[in-house]
Design a protein around this ligand. Structure first.
Ligand code: FAD
Length: 379
């Protein structure tokens, strides 16, 4: 039986970003059920960092993370992020929502401009403009296109450099408490750990149940993305990530000739290997055809992934009440990549009793807002 100090269950962006951060001061092992890291939500993200989602806490976490996400890569590794503008578009009846989003961009000192529909179309030439389509917009030049794979691989590298490890094909099947330690049985062996970290994404409540710990009520929600052709002979790569304020759609370039689009759907789901449904693909195609001049003749590929939310849509970070050394790191919703540096820092601070980040204190964001106990009376 291998002895570990900190055993992290789940090799997505949550588990790996935390593992890389804490491995220099605790012997860390990540167990991932699938044959490669990032097989589930983390491998299905469109991985953009922007201020157009979440509320105050999520936006503060995003702001805290941007500099680290944009940092130059060390050695000759691929960069984890490149600047790529985000265009937030509004109909004429959505001016109040755009005003609110403008306040957010101002609050976080973003490099942004408010533009009329016609100017937005110069940036994304397939947009329809007018009161019922793109009437006005905000263009944020500080948004980032993240390289999800480079981020995951970079964290695995940092974890191993610090003496830790990740095992793939290691599905956790049983967790017992014995003599003050966790005994964790997986399909790749049995481990004795001082503490376990539940970073199992959509499966987080299932891991809690294995450890006889109260669940949180994490809700996985399925989101579908399609890939379509851009206009013939047009390089779409400089086109911004374009998103409606409120519900609607988003669309962004994929390389030079293709575009990815989503209707920003959120269908409650059981934890599973999510697959797109015909109705969701048709909904995206319909919304894009309505809002743009892009004819959708063929859908090159499509996929779906699960975004996992706690009831208040904030992450769950901290030790389980009444269960020593069971640490929650779940509920990263639709912002797990863009907030990962801040979330890993928060988790480290709560796990080892380190100082709470100043930026959060200044923004009046406290550990209780992430604590698993906040759901205790309701579970
Ligand atoms: C379509 C889509 C678009 C998105 N776009 C963005 C975006 O633009 N920006 C952004 O920041 N975020 C985005 N997200 C959200 C982001 O992808 C998630 O917040 C993030 O990936 C969650 O990471 P995670 O590590 O918690 O979960 P996961 O990546 O699902 O990792 C959990 C891991 O736990 C493993 N596991 C489960 N059970 C066990 C077990 N018993 N034993 C061992 N391992 C186990 C699973 O195999 C899985 O690999 C998007 C998500 C989707 C689906």
């Amino acid at each position: 039986m291998r002895e570990i100090e900190t055993l992290i269950i789940g090799g997505g962006i949550a588990g790996l970003s935390l593992a890389a951060r804490i491995a220099p001061h605790t012997h860390t092992l990540v167990l991932e059920a699938e044959s490669a890291p990032g097989y589930h939500a983390s491998g299905r993200s469109v991985a953009i960092a922007h201020f157009g989602l979440g509320e105050r806490v999520v936006r503060t976490l995003t702001a805290m993370s941007l500099a680290q996400l944009a940092a130059e890569p060390v050695d000759d590794h691929a960069p984890s992020a490149i600047r790529h503008p985000a265009l937030h578009i509004a109909r004429a009846d959505q001016t109040a929502e755009l005003d609110a989003l403008e306040d957010v961009h101002r609050q976080f000192d973003c490099d942004f401009y408010r533009v009329q529909g016609e100017d937005a179309r110069k940036l994304f030439p397939a947009l329809k403009t007018g009161p019922d389509f793109c009437h006005e917009a905000i263009i944020d030049h500080g948004a980032l296109k993240l390289d999800a794979d480079a981020m995951l691989q970079g964290h695995v590298r940092d974890l191993r450099t610090a003496g830790g490890d990740m095992l793939t094909g290691a599905r956790v099947e049983d967790i017992q408490r014995n003599a003050g330690r966790w005994i964790v049985q997986s399909t790749s062996g049995t481990f004795r750990a001082e503490r376990i970290v539940n970073a199992a994404g959509a499966w987080a409540d299932e891991i809690a149940a294995l450890a006889a710990t109260s669940g949180i009520g994490i809700e996985p929600r399925r989101r579908t993305v399609i890939s379509i052709s851009g206009p013939e002979h047009v390089d779409v790569s400089p086109w911004p990530f374009t998103k409606t304020v409120g519900s609607g759609y988003y669309i962004l370039p994929e390389g030079t000739g293709r575009l990815l689009a989503s209707a920003m759907d959120e269908h409650p789901s059981l934890p599973c290997d999510a697959a797109p449904e015909e109705i969701d693909i048709a909904t995206i195609a319909h919304r894009i055809e309505e809002a743009t001049t892009l004819p959708i003749r063929r859908i090159a590929h499509s996929w779906a992934g699960l975004r996992s939310f706690a009831r208040d849509e904030l992450p769950v970070i901290g030790y389980a009440a009444g269960q020593p050394d069971f640490f929650w790191f779940a509920g990263q919703g639709g912002y797990g990549f863009q907030t990962s540096p801040a979330l890993a820092r928060i988790a480290e601070s709560l796990m080892f009793g380190r100082e709470w980040p100043d930026e959060l204190t200044r923004s009046k964001i406290h550990p209780a807002q992430f604590a698993p106990e906040r759901f205790r009376s309701r579970t």
